[in-house]
Design a protein around this ligand. Structure first.
Ligand SMILES: *Cc1c(COP(=O)(O)O)cnc(C)c1O
Length: 251
């Protein structure tokens, strides 16, 4: 753990109703330690595992806390909420990378393309086609991930593994989408082997798509507060973490 990080840190004691920046920073250090230990036990380089703080339901200022701690990307699961925060944060809002990790309704697609730097939750061919058109109209190339329901959880969105060929064809046919990898959310379960199978399934699917299509798909977005060690063991390159950083969300 880099100790200079700690002594350089200047808390500015802004508070939300639930926690302070100091508490956030302590949680962040604890989380970094969890990630380091998980990487070591998986014999992986910790630098290949990105931490994406999930700021949904938290006020805009927690994005400032993240930036103060060197975390320059955040995950949000609602388009309007992210757009408002991005706007409220002014200059910082445009410095931070915003990633959409929640299901996208087609009537929000345009605002999503204007708000997010990457969309992780592509879960239908229709949505791929719509985003491809909107990205083109906005004159930008939009980085995306395809979301797969490798845990076969009926409560989760995402393509089924059997649809992979179809989804891949659609995204590869869209020059204004830059397909970077895959994302999954493991089913909620007391049995850790359930998440393990979902994560291993996503990695195997990535490996097989990557070799069949001769295309690099470097990003595997998988793992959250409760299952990040397992995800790191199975090859996650980005964990998405809310609760371990910011505490329980008020919903
Ligand atoms: C909310 C959310 C997370 C963060 O979950 P925690 O358990 O709070 O870490 C990660 N990924 C997605 C898709 C989410 O919606």
């Amino acid at each position: 753990m880099d100790k200079s990080f700690l002594s350089d840190f200047q808390p500015n004691s802004q508070e939300t109703n639930t926690m302070s920046e100091q508490v956030f920073y302590k949680q962040f250090l604890k989380l970094k330690e969890r990630i380091t230990i998980a990487a070591e036990s998986a014999k992986r380089n910790v630098d290949n595992i990105e931490l994406l703080p999930v700021t949904k339901f938290h006020p805009p200022q927690v994005v400032q806390w993240c930036a103060n701690a060197g975390l320059m990307a955040v995950g949000e699961n609602r388009v309007q909420e992210a757009a408002s925060k991005r706007e409220a944060l002014g200059e910082l809002g445009s410095k931070v990378r915003w990633e959409l990790i929640g299901h996208l309704q087609s009537n929000k697609a345009k605002l999503a393309v204007q708000t997010f730097d990457r969309i992780q939750s592509l879960d239908s061919v229709k949505l791929i086609e719509r985003l491809a058109r909107l990205a083109g109209e906005c004159g930008r190339v939009l980085p995306v991930l395809l979301q797969f329901n490798t845990g076969r959880d009926s409560a989760k969105s995402g393509f089924e593994v059997e649809e992979a060929e179809l989804a891949a064809e659609a995204v590869l046919a869209a020059p204004d989408l830059e397909w970077q990898g895959l994302m999954t959310i493991a089913p909620f379960s007391d049995d850790p082997s359930v998440a393990q199978r979902a994560f291993a399934g996503l990695r195997e699917l990535r490996d097989s798509l990557s070799s069949r299509l001769a295309k690099d798909l470097p990003v595997l977005s998988m793992g959250m507060t409760g299952d990040l060690e397992c995800a790191i063991r199975e090859g996650s390159t980005q964990i998405r973490v809310g609760t371990a950083l910011f505490g329980e969300r008020q919903v």
